[in-house]
Design a protein around this ligand. Sequence first.
Ligand code: IPM
Ligand code: MG
Length: 369
Amino acid sequence: MNKTIAVLPGDGIGPEVIAQSLKVLKVIENKFQHRFECTEAPIGAAAMAQGLEPLPPATLELCQKADAVLFGAIGDPRYDKDPGTVFKPEQGLLDLRKSMGFFANIRPIKSYRKLAALSPLKEEQVHSINLILFRELTAGLYFGKKQKDEEGRWAIDECYYHQEEIERISHLAFRQARLRKKKLTLVDKANVLETGKLWRSTVQNLHKSDYPDVELELMLIDHAAMQLVLNPRQFDVILTENMFGDILSDEASVVVGTIGLLPSASLNENQGLFEPIHGSYPQAAGRNLANPIASILSVAMMLDFFDLTAEAGLIREAVDFLINEGLGTMDMAPRTIITCSAMGEFVSGLVASDKSSWPSMRKSLDKTV
Ligand code: IPM
Ligand code: MG
Protein backbone atom coordinates (compact mmCIF):
# COMPACT_ATOMS: atom_id res chain seq x y z
CA MET A 1 0.00 0.00 0.00
CA ASN A 2 1.21 3.52 -0.84
CA LYS A 3 0.27 6.42 1.41
CA THR A 4 1.47 9.98 1.90
CA ILE A 5 1.77 11.23 5.46
CA ALA A 6 2.29 14.80 6.65
CA VAL A 7 4.36 14.67 9.82
CA LEU A 8 3.95 17.65 12.17
CA PRO A 9 6.15 17.12 15.27
CA GLY A 10 5.19 20.53 16.77
CA ASP A 11 6.35 21.65 20.21
CA GLY A 12 7.77 20.42 23.50
CA ILE A 13 8.03 16.63 23.58
CA GLY A 14 6.28 16.41 20.17
CA PRO A 15 9.48 15.89 18.13
CA GLU A 16 10.81 13.22 20.54
CA VAL A 17 7.68 11.12 20.58
CA ILE A 18 7.16 11.49 16.83
CA ALA A 19 10.73 10.27 16.23
CA GLN A 20 9.81 7.03 18.05
CA SER A 21 6.55 6.48 16.23
CA LEU A 22 8.33 7.03 12.91
CA LYS A 23 10.79 4.27 13.86
CA VAL A 24 7.86 1.92 14.40
CA LEU A 25 6.20 3.01 11.16
CA LYS A 26 9.42 2.34 9.26
CA VAL A 27 9.53 -1.22 10.60
CA ILE A 28 5.90 -1.79 9.57
CA GLU A 29 6.72 -0.40 6.13
CA ASN A 30 9.58 -2.88 5.64
CA LYS A 31 7.97 -5.89 7.23
CA PHE A 32 4.68 -5.62 5.33
CA GLN A 33 6.04 -4.05 2.15
CA HIS A 34 4.15 -0.77 2.23
CA ARG A 35 5.34 2.61 1.18
CA PHE A 36 4.67 5.52 3.53
CA GLU A 37 5.96 8.75 2.11
CA CYS A 38 6.50 10.98 5.16
CA THR A 39 7.16 14.73 4.87
CA GLU A 40 7.74 16.95 7.91
CA ALA A 41 6.47 20.50 8.35
CA PRO A 42 6.41 23.02 11.21
CA ILE A 43 3.34 24.03 13.24
CA GLY A 44 2.71 25.88 16.52
CA ALA A 45 5.55 27.48 18.46
CA ALA A 46 8.05 25.60 16.28
CA ALA A 47 6.68 27.50 13.26
CA MET A 48 6.51 30.80 15.16
CA ALA A 49 10.19 30.43 16.11
CA GLN A 50 10.96 30.48 12.38
CA GLY A 51 8.97 33.71 11.95
CA LEU A 52 5.97 31.84 10.51
CA GLU A 53 2.30 31.75 11.52
CA PRO A 54 1.14 28.98 13.91
CA LEU A 55 -0.25 27.18 10.85
CA PRO A 56 2.00 28.15 7.91
CA PRO A 57 0.19 27.93 4.53
CA ALA A 58 2.79 25.44 3.25
CA THR A 59 2.06 23.14 6.21
CA LEU A 60 -1.68 23.29 5.52
CA GLU A 61 -1.08 22.56 1.85
CA LEU A 62 1.03 19.53 2.71
CA CYS A 63 -1.76 18.22 4.95
CA GLN A 64 -4.42 18.83 2.30
CA LYS A 65 -2.50 16.68 -0.16
CA ALA A 66 -1.71 13.91 2.32
CA ASP A 67 -3.70 10.79 3.14
CA ALA A 68 -3.07 11.32 6.83
CA VAL A 69 -1.40 13.67 9.30
CA LEU A 70 0.78 12.44 12.13
CA PHE A 71 0.84 15.10 14.81
CA GLY A 72 3.11 15.43 17.87
CA ALA A 73 2.07 18.11 20.35
CA ILE A 74 1.43 21.85 20.49
CA GLY A 75 1.88 24.64 23.03
CA ASP A 76 4.69 26.60 24.62
CA PRO A 77 4.44 28.26 28.06
CA ARG A 78 6.31 31.31 26.75
CA TYR A 79 3.09 32.35 25.03
CA ASP A 80 0.79 31.59 27.98
CA LYS A 81 1.93 34.36 30.29
CA ASP A 82 0.48 37.20 28.26
CA PRO A 83 -3.22 36.58 27.52
CA GLY A 84 -3.10 39.48 25.06
CA THR A 85 -0.69 37.75 22.64
CA VAL A 86 -2.15 37.92 19.14
CA PHE A 87 -1.06 34.46 18.06
CA LYS A 88 -0.91 31.41 20.26
CA PRO A 89 0.79 28.18 19.15
CA GLU A 90 -2.49 26.29 19.84
CA GLN A 91 -4.16 28.36 17.14
CA GLY A 92 -2.16 26.31 14.64
CA LEU A 93 -3.94 23.11 15.64
CA LEU A 94 -7.36 24.77 15.82
CA ASP A 95 -6.87 26.28 12.35
CA LEU A 96 -5.71 22.93 11.02
CA ARG A 97 -8.78 21.15 12.42
CA LYS A 98 -11.09 23.77 10.96
CA SER A 99 -9.40 24.11 7.56
CA MET A 100 -9.21 20.35 7.08
CA GLY A 101 -12.74 19.84 8.40
CA PHE A 102 -11.65 17.28 10.99
CA PHE A 103 -15.08 17.16 12.60
CA ALA A 104 -14.82 13.87 14.51
CA ASN A 105 -12.33 13.42 17.29
CA ILE A 106 -12.12 9.83 18.49
CA ARG A 107 -10.41 9.07 21.79
CA PRO A 108 -10.24 5.47 23.00
CA ILE A 109 -9.63 5.26 26.75
CA LYS A 110 -8.40 1.93 28.02
CA SER A 111 -7.04 0.80 31.38
CA TYR A 112 -4.12 -1.62 31.78
CA ARG A 113 -4.31 -4.04 34.68
CA LYS A 114 -0.63 -3.60 35.37
CA LEU A 115 -0.97 0.18 35.70
CA ALA A 116 -4.09 0.26 37.90
CA ALA A 117 -2.10 1.63 40.84
CA LEU A 118 -1.37 4.82 38.88
CA SER A 119 -5.01 5.81 38.87
CA PRO A 120 -6.25 8.14 41.61
CA LEU A 121 -9.28 5.82 41.82
CA LYS A 122 -9.43 2.56 43.72
CA GLU A 123 -8.01 -0.39 41.79
CA GLU A 124 -11.36 -2.22 41.65
CA GLN A 125 -12.95 0.78 39.87
CA VAL A 126 -10.23 0.91 37.26
CA HIS A 127 -9.85 -2.57 35.84
CA SER A 128 -11.35 -3.26 32.40
CA ILE A 129 -12.15 0.32 31.47
CA ASN A 130 -12.52 0.39 27.72
CA LEU A 131 -14.48 3.29 26.32
CA ILE A 132 -14.40 5.50 23.26
CA LEU A 133 -15.15 9.17 23.33
CA PHE A 134 -16.52 10.84 20.18
CA ARG A 135 -15.94 14.57 20.47
CA GLU A 136 -17.28 17.04 17.87
CA LEU A 137 -14.22 19.04 16.85
CA THR A 138 -14.99 21.88 14.45
CA ALA A 139 -17.92 23.79 15.96
CA GLY A 140 -19.35 24.89 19.30
CA LEU A 141 -17.68 27.34 21.66
CA TYR A 142 -14.26 26.85 20.10
CA PHE A 143 -15.28 28.18 16.71
CA GLY A 144 -18.28 30.43 17.43
CA LYS A 145 -18.25 34.17 16.87
CA LYS A 146 -15.88 35.88 19.29
CA GLN A 147 -16.20 39.40 20.56
CA LYS A 148 -14.53 41.48 23.21
CA ASP A 149 -14.70 44.91 24.67
CA GLU A 150 -11.74 47.07 23.67
CA GLU A 151 -11.29 48.05 27.31
CA GLY A 152 -11.11 44.42 28.34
CA ARG A 153 -14.24 44.39 30.52
CA TRP A 154 -16.27 41.71 28.73
CA ALA A 155 -15.92 39.00 26.14
CA ILE A 156 -18.24 36.65 24.25
CA ASP A 157 -17.70 33.18 22.80
CA GLU A 158 -20.77 32.09 20.91
CA CYS A 159 -21.77 28.42 20.95
CA TYR A 160 -23.32 27.57 17.59
CA TYR A 161 -24.32 24.14 16.32
CA HIS A 162 -26.12 23.16 13.16
CA GLN A 163 -28.10 19.94 13.01
CA GLU A 164 -25.85 18.65 10.23
CA GLU A 165 -22.76 19.14 12.39
CA ILE A 166 -24.39 17.00 15.06
CA GLU A 167 -25.62 14.34 12.66
CA ARG A 168 -22.36 13.60 10.88
CA ILE A 169 -20.43 12.75 14.05
CA SER A 170 -23.45 10.98 15.56
CA HIS A 171 -23.50 8.58 12.60
CA LEU A 172 -19.88 7.63 13.32
CA ALA A 173 -20.57 7.17 17.02
CA PHE A 174 -23.70 5.06 16.45
CA ARG A 175 -21.85 2.88 13.93
CA GLN A 176 -19.02 2.33 16.40
CA ALA A 177 -21.53 1.50 19.15
CA ARG A 178 -23.08 -1.07 16.83
CA LEU A 179 -19.71 -2.82 16.53
CA ARG A 180 -19.20 -2.81 20.30
CA LYS A 181 -21.75 -3.14 23.13
CA LYS A 182 -24.59 -1.44 21.23
CA LYS A 183 -24.82 1.32 23.79
CA LEU A 184 -24.26 5.02 23.19
CA THR A 185 -24.23 7.70 25.88
CA LEU A 186 -24.98 11.21 24.68
CA VAL A 187 -23.54 13.84 27.02
CA ASP A 188 -25.10 17.31 26.81
CA LYS A 189 -26.57 20.14 28.87
CA ALA A 190 -30.12 19.92 27.55
CA ASN A 191 -31.60 21.23 30.81
CA VAL A 192 -30.03 24.66 30.25
CA LEU A 193 -28.56 25.23 26.80
CA GLU A 194 -30.35 25.61 23.46
CA THR A 195 -27.44 23.83 21.79
CA GLY A 196 -27.88 21.05 24.37
CA LYS A 197 -31.54 20.66 23.40
CA LEU A 198 -30.59 20.59 19.73
CA TRP A 199 -27.99 17.88 20.35
CA ARG A 200 -30.54 15.81 22.26
CA SER A 201 -33.40 16.08 19.75
CA THR A 202 -31.10 15.52 16.78
CA VAL A 203 -29.48 12.43 18.27
CA GLN A 204 -32.84 11.05 19.44
CA ASN A 205 -34.31 11.44 15.94
CA LEU A 206 -31.32 9.75 14.35
CA HIS A 207 -31.58 6.96 16.90
CA LYS A 208 -35.22 6.34 16.03
CA SER A 209 -34.75 6.48 12.27
CA ASP A 210 -31.40 4.71 11.75
CA TYR A 211 -30.13 2.98 14.89
CA PRO A 212 -33.04 1.56 16.93
CA ASP A 213 -30.91 -1.50 17.69
CA VAL A 214 -28.46 0.62 19.73
CA GLU A 215 -29.39 1.64 23.27
CA LEU A 216 -29.25 5.43 23.62
CA GLU A 217 -28.52 6.80 27.08
CA LEU A 218 -28.88 10.53 27.79
CA MET A 219 -26.67 12.11 30.43
CA LEU A 220 -26.08 15.70 31.51
CA ILE A 221 -22.46 16.83 31.47
CA ASP A 222 -22.16 17.55 35.19
CA HIS A 223 -23.57 14.13 36.04
CA ALA A 224 -21.35 12.46 33.41
CA ALA A 225 -18.25 14.09 34.89
CA MET A 226 -19.22 12.61 38.24
CA GLN A 227 -20.12 9.16 36.88
CA LEU A 228 -16.81 8.97 35.05
CA VAL A 229 -14.94 8.93 38.35
CA LEU A 230 -17.53 6.96 40.31
CA ASN A 231 -18.03 4.13 37.86
CA PRO A 232 -16.11 4.58 34.60
CA ARG A 233 -16.82 1.00 33.48
CA GLN A 234 -20.48 1.82 32.82
CA PHE A 235 -19.48 3.71 29.65
CA ASP A 236 -18.78 2.21 26.27
CA VAL A 237 -19.25 4.86 23.57
CA ILE A 238 -19.69 8.50 24.64
CA LEU A 239 -20.80 11.16 22.18
CA THR A 240 -20.49 14.84 23.00
CA GLU A 241 -19.87 18.36 21.77
CA ASN A 242 -16.50 20.08 21.48
CA MET A 243 -15.92 21.74 24.88
CA PHE A 244 -17.45 18.96 26.98
CA GLY A 245 -15.39 16.45 25.03
CA ASP A 246 -12.19 18.37 25.73
CA ILE A 247 -12.85 18.29 29.45
CA LEU A 248 -14.15 14.72 29.67
CA SER A 249 -11.20 13.33 27.73
CA ASP A 250 -8.67 14.79 30.17
CA GLU A 251 -10.76 13.47 33.05
CA ALA A 252 -11.00 10.02 31.49
CA SER A 253 -7.27 9.96 30.89
CA VAL A 254 -6.37 10.40 34.56
CA VAL A 255 -8.91 7.78 35.51
CA VAL A 256 -6.85 5.16 33.67
CA GLY A 257 -3.60 6.34 35.24
CA THR A 258 -1.44 8.07 32.68
CA ILE A 259 -2.28 10.39 29.84
CA GLY A 260 0.96 9.24 28.20
CA LEU A 261 -0.69 6.14 26.76
CA LEU A 262 -3.71 7.57 24.99
CA PRO A 263 -3.91 8.11 21.23
CA SER A 264 -6.57 9.89 19.19
CA ALA A 265 -7.85 10.29 15.67
CA SER A 266 -9.54 13.30 14.09
CA LEU A 267 -11.39 12.54 10.88
CA ASN A 268 -12.97 14.32 7.96
CA GLU A 269 -14.72 12.42 5.16
CA ASN A 270 -11.53 10.91 3.76
CA GLN A 271 -8.47 11.95 5.76
CA GLY A 272 -7.35 11.60 9.35
CA LEU A 273 -5.06 13.32 11.83
CA PHE A 274 -3.52 11.10 14.47
CA GLU A 275 -2.10 12.53 17.69
CA PRO A 276 -1.55 11.73 21.35
CA ILE A 277 -4.14 13.17 23.74
CA HIS A 278 -1.34 14.63 25.86
CA GLY A 279 0.06 18.09 25.40
CA SER A 280 3.57 19.38 24.75
CA TYR A 281 4.82 18.78 28.35
CA PRO A 282 7.51 21.47 28.02
CA GLN A 283 9.23 20.57 31.32
CA ALA A 284 10.25 17.23 29.83
CA ALA A 285 11.21 18.48 26.37
CA GLY A 286 14.65 17.44 25.16
CA ARG A 287 15.27 15.18 28.17
CA ASN A 288 14.47 11.84 26.55
CA LEU A 289 12.02 10.89 29.28
CA ALA A 290 8.65 11.50 27.61
CA ASN A 291 6.34 8.57 27.00
CA PRO A 292 6.09 7.83 23.26
CA ILE A 293 3.36 5.18 23.65
CA ALA A 294 0.47 7.57 22.93
CA SER A 295 2.19 8.59 19.70
CA ILE A 296 3.02 4.99 18.78
CA LEU A 297 -0.60 3.97 19.41
CA SER A 298 -1.68 6.92 17.27
CA VAL A 299 0.27 5.28 14.44
CA ALA A 300 -1.74 2.12 15.13
CA MET A 301 -4.95 4.13 14.80
CA MET A 302 -3.66 5.54 11.51
CA LEU A 303 -2.95 2.03 10.22
CA ASP A 304 -6.48 0.95 11.20
CA PHE A 305 -7.75 3.96 9.28
CA PHE A 306 -5.82 2.67 6.23
CA ASP A 307 -7.49 -0.73 6.83
CA LEU A 308 -4.15 -2.25 7.82
CA THR A 309 -5.63 -3.97 10.84
CA ALA A 310 -3.02 -6.73 11.20
CA GLU A 311 -0.24 -4.12 11.27
CA ALA A 312 -2.13 -1.99 13.79
CA GLY A 313 -2.84 -5.06 15.93
CA LEU A 314 0.82 -6.02 16.03
CA ILE A 315 1.81 -2.60 17.38
CA ARG A 316 -0.85 -2.86 20.08
CA GLU A 317 0.32 -6.33 21.03
CA ALA A 318 3.89 -5.08 21.35
CA VAL A 319 2.76 -2.25 23.62
CA ASP A 320 0.66 -4.62 25.75
CA PHE A 321 3.64 -6.94 26.01
CA LEU A 322 6.04 -4.32 27.29
CA ILE A 323 3.53 -2.97 29.79
CA ASN A 324 2.88 -6.48 31.11
CA GLU A 325 6.60 -7.03 31.37
CA GLY A 326 6.89 -4.05 33.71
CA LEU A 327 8.74 -1.85 31.24
CA GLY A 328 7.93 1.79 30.77
CA THR A 329 8.89 5.42 30.93
CA MET A 330 8.98 7.22 34.27
CA ASP A 331 5.33 8.33 34.24
CA MET A 332 4.27 4.67 34.21
CA ALA A 333 6.16 3.91 37.44
CA PRO A 334 7.35 0.62 35.91
CA ARG A 335 9.66 -2.01 37.33
CA THR A 336 12.25 -1.07 34.70
CA ILE A 337 12.40 2.56 33.58
CA ILE A 338 13.54 3.15 30.02
CA THR A 339 14.00 6.36 28.06
CA CYS A 340 11.78 7.68 25.31
CA SER A 341 14.20 6.62 22.58
CA ALA A 342 14.82 3.20 24.18
CA MET A 343 11.07 2.65 24.19
CA GLY A 344 10.92 3.50 20.47
CA GLU A 345 13.79 1.09 19.78
CA PHE A 346 12.23 -1.66 21.86
CA VAL A 347 8.76 -1.42 20.29
CA SER A 348 10.31 -1.29 16.79
CA GLY A 349 12.41 -4.34 17.67
CA LEU A 350 9.35 -6.27 18.86
CA VAL A 351 7.34 -5.34 15.78
CA ALA A 352 10.22 -6.40 13.51
CA SER A 353 10.67 -9.80 15.18
CA ASP A 354 8.77 -12.98 15.49
CA LYS A 355 6.62 -13.04 18.62
CA SER A 356 8.39 -16.18 19.84
CA SER A 357 11.54 -14.11 20.39
CA TRP A 358 9.83 -11.39 22.46
CA PRO A 359 10.59 -12.93 25.88
CA SER A 360 14.30 -13.24 25.11
CA MET A 361 14.36 -9.65 23.81
CA ARG A 362 12.87 -8.60 27.12
CA LYS A 363 15.60 -10.45 29.01
CA SER A 364 18.42 -8.91 27.03
CA LEU A 365 16.96 -5.44 27.57
CA ASP A 366 17.16 -6.00 31.34
CA LYS A 367 20.89 -6.54 30.99
CA THR A 368 21.41 -3.24 29.18
CA VAL A 369 19.49 -0.85 31.48
C1 IPM B 1 -7.00 18.82 22.96
C2 IPM B 1 -6.26 20.05 23.38
C3 IPM B 1 -6.60 21.19 22.43
C4 IPM B 1 -8.09 21.46 22.57
C5 IPM B 1 -5.77 22.47 22.63
C6 IPM B 1 -4.28 22.18 22.52
C7 IPM B 1 -6.17 23.56 21.68
O1 IPM B 1 -6.55 20.37 24.69
O2 IPM B 1 -6.79 18.37 21.80
O3 IPM B 1 -7.77 18.28 23.74
O4 IPM B 1 -8.51 22.22 23.46
O5 IPM B 1 -8.86 20.91 21.79
MG1 MG C 1 -7.75 18.95 25.69
